[in-house]
Design a protein around this ligand. Sequence first.
Ligand code: SF4
Length: 186
Amino acid sequence: MILNIIFLFFTIYLLIQSIIEQRPFYKKMKRSIGFRGGKIIYIDKPQEVKEKGVIYGKLLKSDKYGLSGKPDYIYQLGEELIPIELKSSQAEDSPYYKDVMQLVAYFLIIEDVYQKRVKRGRVVYKNSMFEVYNRRSLRKELFNILKQMKKMQEGNYLPEVNPSYALCRFCPCKETVCEIYKNTSK
Ligand code: SF4
């Protein structure tokens, strides 16, 4: 009997998870920075006059995931921690994939550093803002990218990419660390 009840709850849990996973992982919102009733607990900039309870510009490191980074802001809203990333670019209908992955990396870092599950974060562009939800599928994508990066570092793998002016023009890796771009532009 007890096993049946546990099985039922587990099935319901899986069903709810699959419904959640199928919903869009982001929502476009009116641009704003901050939350009513929320307080800033982290800012990625040095500050001469420091406010109590706020961390300024510290590199956040996750040993568990081998990741480190500095979100622009972390807000606390009740028990919830919400990273915010500001971008100097514009985006119309959806956030850029690289920005979503950056935010997902912050979800993992914050979870490890603060020991709290992060539900969402925001990417704020010059003209728009998107709330991104911490979905299992996004975490999986990030883990795949991290695996590929590790293989690349070990020299075992080069992704199949065709660099081009259009693809690479705004990429910070171009002419710095990108071996693919280096090889094709010779
Ligand atoms: S420069 Fe390299 S990493 Fe950047 S977009 Fe081009 S191929 Fe990709």
